[in-house]
Every structure is written in C-alpha cells, then in structure tokens.
Design a protein around this ligand. Structure first.
Ligand SMILES: [Zn+2]
Ligand SMILES: [Zn+2]
Length: 303
C-alpha cells in the first residue's frame, strides 16, 4: 500500500498546502480520502491516474473537505470510465453531489454509487474491510480504517517434498489452504508445510476532531495513522472550541493506540514553519511526521 498526501492544509489553502485529500493505492485500486479544492491538480502532480479511482470517502461535509469533488467527477467523465465510482460519506453526501450536478449541469457517464454510511463496518472488498467511527467535531464526521485480511503464512517447499507432495499444482493447493490426500492415502494439511498466518496491514484516517477516546481503540496497532493536528499546544483551548486537535494531542492518541507510524495533517495556515508542531508531537511520539503535500509513504507488508 502506498499513501500520497495530496492536501495537508486545513480550512484555507496556502501556497504550500492544499486542502485535505489523501490517496491510498492498493493492488491497482486508488482510494481517496476527502476531496478538498485543488485535489485534481494534486492528482496530476502526484502522477496518479483518475482511471484507477475506486472509491472516495468523505469524512464530513465541511467545504474544505469536499469542494474538490464536483470538478473531479466532471474530469472523470472525460476518461470514458465504465466501472462505477463509489462515494461514501455522512448523511447529506447524496444531496451535496446531486445539487452540485444539477447546478453545474452534468450527468456522469459512469455509475455514481453514493452510500451514506453509519458507524461500523461499511464495506468489504477483496482482501480488506473498511470501518468508520464518529469523531468529535462540529458536524457529523467520520474516521475511516482499511484493514487487510490476514495473509497465509510462508510456504516451506522442502517440508512439502519431505512429506511426499510432488512439486506442481498441489503446492498451490496447500498454499491456498486446501488439505491434500496423497496417492498413498497420507493426508497433508497446510499447517504441516506453512508458517503462521501473517497480519494484514491497517490504515487509519482521522480528520477534523477534538481528541477522541474512541479513536484509540479504532486505531489500535494501525500500521499507518493519519491524524489531524491543526494547532500547537499554546492554541489548545482554541482548538477545542473549533473542534480540532493539537499536534501533541494527535501524538498522544497515536501513542495510546500503539500506532506504528503517525502523520499529522490539516495544518493551520498560521504555521509557515512546522518546528514547533514537530517538536511538540515528537516529544510524545518520537517518529511523528508533520505531513507536507505530495509526500509519499510505503506501508510494507507484515513478514
Ligand atoms: Zn477541515
Ligand atoms: Zn471540519
């Protein structure tokens, strides 16, 4: 899986930070989390393909997270897309898309499959599932997670040979979890020739929220956590009033959740330099990163 930060600003764009949008690439599909104004051009800058877009996830309907959507939907119409495009979001998502379509006078040539979700598991795909929880912002706002199914353990061909399994298609059957009965009547199970199953990866996106206790559980042992951290600690009271977090609060959530990596986004336009945010976050979560537009991260598979 590969993460590209398309927009790491919040509320208003700056010369250096676009409005929120995160791309996640997995097995040839592209998942887009939020679609702030300017997302299309960031797509182009990051050399991402509109054609690979599988689904768009809207955390909430504040303008900084969704105003890039109508333009993106229109651009995709130029691409002779045949497969449907999924859009997941809070109640109101369908109305927002439909009113935009009406006002701008466009009808997508592809199927737009809009689904207004509630908390819990809301989608299961090939080898992964997606879940959502409500955050603590000023309007209904979701955090999203994508968790991969566990992968089968390592296959040990020498062990299989020792047990009398002939090399070839039977090796594949064992790796797919099938039990074999050999010609001599002996049974060989996958467990006899494979190591323990390997954990799938977990990606979590948390935008626009006050520090929220449920996120600790939701992001438990995430391989990659993106959490908003709009302000420095001296603005903590202001952040709370506006429904946001400080960088240090984001770091605390990541530490309590046992997340492996933390990238902080939705950075206020007041911070041209990020030293303060970075040192506050790193004093709590040493590996914390303050996201910059077009940063890319690989999320490696578990061995
Ligand atoms: Zn926002
Ligand atoms: Zn918001």
């Amino acid at each position: 899986m590969k993460v590209t930060l398309l927009g790491t600003g919040g509320m208003i764009p700056t010369l250096h930070r676009n409005l929120p949008s995160i791309a996640l690439q997995r097995e040839g599909d592209l998942f887009l989390f939020d679609c702030g104004e300017g997302t299309q051009i960031q797509f182009v800058r990051a050399s991402l393909s509109f054609g690979k877009l599988f689904a768009i996830f809207l955390s909430h309907l504040h303008g900084d997270h969704v105003t890039g959507l109508p333009g993106l939907l229109m651009t995709i119409m130029q691409q002779s897309r045949e497969k449907p495009l999924l859009i997941f979001g809070p109640p109101g998502t369908r109305e927002y898309v439909n009113i935009s379509r009406k006002c701008l006078g466009f009808t997508p040539s592809y199927l737009l499959d809009i689904r207004e979700i509630s908390e819990g598991r809301f989608y299961s795909g090939a080898g992964f599932r997606m879940e959502a929880i409500l955050l603590d912002h000023r309007i209904p706002t979701f955090a999203f997670s994508l968790t991969e199914d566990p992968r089968p353990g390592c296959f040990f061909p020498d062990k299989a040979r020792e047990l009398g399994v002939p090399e070839g298609p039977l090796f594949g059957k064992l790796q797919r979890g099938e039990t074999l009965t050999l010609e001599d009547g002996k049974t060989v199970t996958p467990e006899m020739v494979m190591g323990p199953s390997r954990k799938g990866r977990k990606f979590v996106y948390v935008s626009d929220t006050r520090p929220c206790a449920q996120v600790v559980k939701f992001a438990r042992e995430a391989d990659f956590l993106i959490h908003e951290g709009m302000f420095s600690s001296e603005m903590e009271e202001d952040a709370r009033k506006k429904g946001h977090s400080t960088a240090a609060q984001a770091a605390r959530i990541a530490r309590e959740a046992g997340a492996k990596r933390l990238v902080i986004t939705h950075i206020s336009s007041r911070y041209r330099r990020i030293n303060e945010l970075l040192s506050e976050a790193r004093s709590v979560f040493p590996g914390a990163i303050i996201g910059r537009d077009l940063m890319e991260f690989e999320i490696p598979m578990h061995k």
